[in-house]
Design a protein around this ligand. Sequence first.
Ligand code: IPE
Ligand code: IPE
Ligand code: MG
Length: 246
Amino acid sequence: MILKDQLNIENLPKHIAIIMDGNGRWAKQKGKLRVFGHENGTKSVREITEASAELGIENLTLYAFSTENWKRPKVEVQTLMRLLISSLKKEINTLQENNIKLNAIGNLEDLPKKVQRELMDVIEQTKNNSRMTLTLALSYGSRDELLNTIKQISTKVKNNIISPEKIDESVINEHLYTRNLPDVDLLIRTSGEQRISNFLLWQIAYAELFFTNILWPDFTKNNLYEAILCYQKRERRFGKTSEQLK
Ligand code: IPE
Ligand code: IPE
Ligand code: MG
């Protein structure tokens, strides 16, 4: 039976987050420059975005550029920014055809002005789409996000807008970059690395983790179905006992 047909549509993760890793190694294996890997990585972005929307996944969040990635060689950073602009221009049609809303999280002011403009333009054009929200994590770092959250809440406390006793999990959620998104249900990382690399630390508190050796440019929709199938075989207990869930 084909993988997709084995999925239980009643038990899909509401929010899938992906650490898209391995572009550089993919290119190196082929004797090419890292840039070639990034270019091919954008094809996987399209395939996985379309497949997720088609399945009925409500939220897909892709880690595209971390706060730490600014430390990469200048030419690589420039190439990634250039690719981002061209992908946004090219994929606006894919987003509209599939009724997908674009969202972005991260320290967006650090992005080049041209990227910011293109990003805001696509976000604006797709704001009424409702099948799926595609969130790009750009210049994103979870510690940066938490710092920003703490600063905002402390300012409100100082100005008597909120009292410290009133700070609970929902107040924190409302101040994160991910304020409109539910917690992550399934976190996927490609390329064989088994680490979080400063991604959504608060939001993955109870996410199921799925690691695969496949490099991001080779990651196909069948690999996505495989990850979801694995997720569906797990029992999410959230601290309770198995018997309590029955
Ligand atoms: C992921 O692939 C893309 C970004 C982090 C922007 P990498 O560029 O990290 O590829 P590897 O890990 O070096 O193979
Ligand atoms: C994580 O990948 C960031 C993105 C996928 C955008 P990295 O390749 O930057 O992660 P580390 O440095 O190997 O942990
Ligand atoms: Mg990497």
